[in-house]
Write a protein that binds this ligand. Structure first.
Ligand SMILES: *Cc1c(COP(=O)(O)O)cnc(C)c1O
Length: 229
């Protein structure tokens, strides 16, 4: 079997094991950034439908090559304002909404013939200067304006916590995310179905704290390549 498929099935098995410890399923998002379209096609044949991309131009090329496949594309990278139009047109999900302005632009630019764009708000849970995202104490203020947007659908929260810290602190960061989601649900009387958290290095911890979608790149595709289609 191809090493790519071996790693993919191993991740699937790991996630299935972790699911046993809880009542709700965990979705695997295969993060295909920097990987060739042919790798995406291989996983598609194995049943994978959700793929995550960070670099817009790369992603658009891959989408073009793979247009015949029924893939759900998730944008998970940093978003500049001048990129929102293409993101609104060519993706089903955006995990990295980190400013109200971005949500507003995605809403305006989402084509009317498509269903609402699924979005997660990115949270800078460890308050790192180098990372983007809302701080936890800013979140409640942006929910109402976002809920009023008709062409985007708020699905939940996303975070990229620090990995190089003791396990107990990793748990604490993910737990803060679960609490923030709960607080939003209670305050606005809504239900959010997505906590996008956990990557190759911290997936077990994230799932233990309630992740509903894990974003896995390296553990499936192997060490990262430079950008290529
Ligand atoms: C690259 C990336 C991932 C996947 O990271 P791995 O450590 O390779 O699993 C997940 N989420 C985001 C936002 C990323 O940029």
């Amino acid at each position: 079997m191809l090493p790519l498929l071996q790693r993919y099935f191993a991740q699937q098995a790991l996630i299935e094991d972790l699911e046993q410890t809880r009542s709700s399923p965990v979705k695997l998002l295969a993060v295909s950034k920097t990987r060739p379209a042919s790798d995406v096609a291989v996983l598609y044949c194995a049943g994978q439908r959700d793929f995550g991309e960070n670099y817009l131009q790369d992603a658009l090329k891959k989408q073009h090559v793979l247009a015949h496949l029924d893939i759900s594309w998730h944008f998970i990278g940093p978003i500049q304002s001048n990129k929102t139009r293409d993101i609104a047109c060519y993706f089903s999900w955006v995990h990295s909404v980190d400013r109200l302005k971005i949500a507003t632009r995605l809403n305006q630019q989402r084509p009317a013939y498509l269903p609402p764009l699924n979005i997660c708000l990115q949270v800078n849970v460890d308050e790192e200067e180098t990372k983007s995202g809302f701080y936890l104490d800013e979140l409640l203020d942006v929910i109402e304006p976002i809920l009023s947007l008709e062409n985007v659908r708020l699905r939940g929260l996303m975070a990229i916590p620090k990995v190089d810290k003791p396990i107990a602190e990793q748990h604490a960061s993910f737990r803060k995310m679960a609490q923030a989601k709960k607080e939003i649900e209670q305050t606005f009387d809504i239900s959010l179905d997505t906590l996008s958290m956990g990557m190759s290095g911290d997936l077990q911890v994230a799932v233990a704290e309630g992740a509903t979608m894990v974003r896995v790149g390296t553990a499936i595709f192997g060490e990262r390549l430079k950008n290529t289609v």
